[in-house]
Design a protein around this ligand. Structure first.
Ligand SMILES: [Zn+2]
Length: 335
């Protein structure tokens, strides 16, 4: 049945856009399996693409051919969100081994500010001491004791730290100061994790190097957010685009909604910004009828089996999928 759908006219008129986030350097996939996968699984996925003779094409080329009706059979495009350092150290070497083109939706604030991403790093640090209850926390403005036994209670602590830092309009350096203190409080070696660039983005030099090697860098907002106010929203696009232009020397016109969050009013603002395509995290294959500013993707995680992954490549997955719309914000799973 897979083969019949895979080689059908229906599938030939569709582009499957794959979405990845981080590739673990250590144990990040155990912390957030929906965000990170171990390099071995990515390697397996790319091997499936190669062995199944799927046509992995660049995103821009794929979208153009989708529009003209000239897609090769079994077309797939590969995208990575955020542009973490682990793309440089883990994902890119694998993609190069297979010779597959790739698009990275690069957010730029943290690539200029070389510190770990605040909210994610706090969550990761707390997870490292999961199962414990610590008689500390008041120094950081969170309730004491800190209950690290469930993901939900750890998430509450992260929310408190994030909301506190927003209320006080803390700078990046001040937020990083909190992360450093949190690590010390938890007895975790902050310097070792930051030396390894865990939960950090690629630097401008690394982005420039990969762009020279053929990696396509596109828009994901400067600060990984989509304000509901038009001028602020458009500033996010402009700042992101200008910074990428300085680094890679070309103008980015493809966009990916941070965290998969989109609203009806964003579409007109994106058109004004000359953005030609925008991808969501909703599951599906794109056809010529799909709004180019609401392109579905398959968010591939280590929770998916190889069989499920293949079913999506062939097109059956989209027929069988029950939940197609992505949750719009992170909700910790019940323990
Ligand atoms: Zn993102």
């Amino acid at each position: 049945m897979f083969r019949v759908v895979r080689d059908s006219r229906w599938r030939r008129q569709r582009l499957l856009i794959l979405c990845y986030h981080g590739i673990a350097q250590e144990d990040e996939h155990e912390w957030r399996p929906a965000l990170f996968m171990p390099p071995g699984i990515l390697d397996e996925r790319l091997e499936i693409l190669k062995r199944g003779r799927y046509n992995v094409i660049g995103l821009g080329e794929g979208l153009e051919k989708l529009r003209c009706g000239s897609l090769p059979p079994r077309s797939v495009a590969i995208t990575f969100d955020d542009g973490c350092y682990d793309f440089y150290s883990q994902a890119y070497p694998l993609l190069r081994k297979y010779g597959f083109p790739v698009t990275v939706y690069q957010t730029t604030y943290y690539s200029d500010y070389q510190k770990p991403i605040f909210n994610l790093f706090c969550s990761y640090l707390l997870w490292k001491r999961r199962g414990e209850v610590l008689n500390q926390g008041f120094e950081l403005g969170v309730e004491s004791p800190m209950d690290l036994r469930s993901e939900a209670s750890r998430h509450q602590i992260v929310l408190k730290l994030v909301k506190g830092s927003e209320a006080e309009h803390l700078t990046g350096a001040e937020k990083n100061e909190i992360t450093t203190r949190l690590a010390a409080l938890l007895g975790i070696d902050y310097d070792r994790l930051t030396a390894k660039r865990i939960l950090q983005l690629m630097t401008a030099q690394e982005i420039a190097e990969l762009a020279r090697r053929g990696v396509d860098f596109q828009l994901h907002t400067h600060r990984h957010r989509t304000p509901e106010q038009e001028d602020l929203f458009r500033k996010e696009i402009d700042d992101n685009r200008n910074r990428l232009q300085q680094i890679v020397g070309s103008t980015a016109t493809h966009f990916c909604y941070p965290s998969g969050v989109y609203r009806a009013q964003f579409l007109g603002w994106l058109r004004e910004e000359q953005v030609v395509s925008a991808t969501t995290c909703d599951a599906g294959l794109a056809s010529a009828e799909t709004d180019p500013l609401l392109l579905p993707r398959l968010v591939d995680t280590s929770a998916r089996s190889a069989l499920e992954f293949r079913s999506w490549l062939d097109g059956i997955g989209s027929v069988l999928a029950l939940q197609k719309t992505a949750p719009q914000r992170y909700v910790p799973p019940p323990d």
